[in-house]
Design a protein around this ligand. Structure first.
Ligand code: PLP
Length: 410
């Protein structure tokens, strides 16, 4: 019998981006001359920086010579990259992380999706709402979510921590048992952040409740303000309770090249049903070496080049460019009298739909009247209803044009 994993039947259709494409295509058919501008994109648009391209080219040449050719590499990443990550992203910022706590991979999507394999099926998870959908869907696949309740628009066995204007986009500590908390800061989709003091409350909660924080820092490179943590390990005690995910995707334009990493501190322990401690670092290593082949050598050399002085400054130029676009969006929305959040430590701007409009109604209005495409907040969860996401990832020219049009909306 080809019995299937029936948990997959509980997955809700990935309606958001297909519905956006459908509506945009219909509009294009009806208005073939419309110059549509996309401010909904979550992908970068600037090419890999020269330092990275040079390093990749050189590494491809290595592969062409018998003396320097590389075959299967260490699944958890080459030491040359793991050491650079530990040194530049952590040690130089006063955080003691060692290379063997760093696991190189092909994406934070894969890592945030796969990490739950290390956990018992009975653990109770909490996510913020709105949320990056990977955290929820991978737990649905694993059978932890309970059923989807269409009336509530939520799964019955997941704790949702609403983040809205009312609570300043700061999730409140749960008043029920929670074993695993997914936190993503700077946040996708809201672009908001937590201060060190706010994040410290979660580290404290996890410590007191033997819970695990899965901290997605895919956008840490966009942090510009001093009191905003770029890493959860800036908080005392976090190494005992948290795993951190990072990516070269939005930091250095690797969305096509594929490279990311996850930090699993050796101080972090999980428990078996008899209460015995186990190293999650050792378990993640076992998982990686069993199921993953590692990131291509030349990609890792490209990622390594991000840590050279030239690489660092070229990457920063691109991040500043996207942040500049986010600023243009924020300024334009302000002038148009539209409330907006995020966009300061993040490429994402989260706006409150004017006139109490629903997310999809505002989507249609923006498309029809301004020929601008964004992302309806309701697509990220129930608490996203009434909000809308714009991103700084388009060109400066297109961003300015889109915002001029948006400001003329009636
Ligand atoms: N985490 C968040 C919050 C994201 O928004 C994204 C991409 O959009 C990812 C992870 C995926 O990163 P990667 O390209 O490394 O898989």
């Amino acid at each position: 019998m080809r019995l299937i994993n029936e948990n997959y039947l509980e997955l809700q259709g990935s309606y958001l981006f297909s519905e956006i494409a459908k509506r945009v295509n219909r509009f294009k058919e009806e208005n073939p001359d419309a110059d549509i501008l996309r401010l909904g994109i979550g992908d970068v648009t600037r090419p890999l920086v020269p330092a990275v391209v040079e390093a990749i080219k050189k590494a491809v040449d290595d592969m062409a010579s018998a003396d320097t050719f590389r075959g299967y590499g260490p699944e958890q990443g080459y030491d040359f990259l793991r050491e650079k990550i530990a040194q530049h992203d952590y040690c130089e910022r006063g955080i003691a992380i060692t290379a063997d706590e760093v696991f190189v991979s092909d994406g934070a999507k894969c890592d945030t999706g796969n990490i739950q394999e290390l956990l018992g099926t009975e653990v109770h998870i909490a996510v913020t709402d709105p949320v990056y959908p990977v955290y929820v869907d991978t737990n649905v696949m694993a059978g932890r979510s309970g059923n989807f309740d269409p009336a509530e628009g939520r799964y019955t066995n997941i704790t949702y921590l609403g983040v809205t204007e009312e609570n300043g986009f700061v999730p409140e500590l749960p008043d029920e048992r929670v074993d695993v908390i997914y936190l993503c800061y700077p946040n996708n989709p809201t672009g908001t952040v937590l201060t060190k003091a706010e994040l410290a409350k979660w580290v404290d909660f996890a410590g007191k409740n033997n819970a695990l924080i899965l901290f997605d820092a895919a956008y840490e490179a966009y942090v510009t303000e001093p009191d905003i943590p770029r890493s959860i390990y800036e908080i005392e005690g976090a190494k005992e309770v948290a795993i951190e995910f990072r990516s070269f995707s939005k930091t250095a334009g690797f969305t096509g090249a594929r490279c990311a990493y996850t930090v699993v501190p050796k101080a972090l322990k999980g428990y078996d049903s008899d209460g015995n401690e186990h190293s999650l670092n050792a378990m993640w290593l076992r998982r990686h070496t069993t199921k993953f082949n590692g990131v291509p050598y030349y990609t890792q050399r490209g990622a390594e080049a991000c840590y050279t002085p030239e690489g660092k400054s070229q990457i920063q130029t691109d991040i500043d460019y996207y942040l500049g676009n986010a600023k243009i969006i924020l300024q334009g929305l302000k002038e148009a009298g539209i409330k907006a959040f995020g966009g300061v430590n993040s490429p994402y701007v989260w706006l409150k739909c004017p006139g109490q409009m629903k997310s999809w109604d505002f989507f249609d209005k923006l498309l029809k009247e301004a020929h601008v495409v964004g992302t309806p907040g309701a697509g990220f969860g129930r608490s996203g209803e009434g909000y809308f996401r714009l991103t700084g990832f388009n060109t400066k020219e297109n961003t300015m044009k889109a915002i001029e049009r948006l400001m003329k909306l009636k």
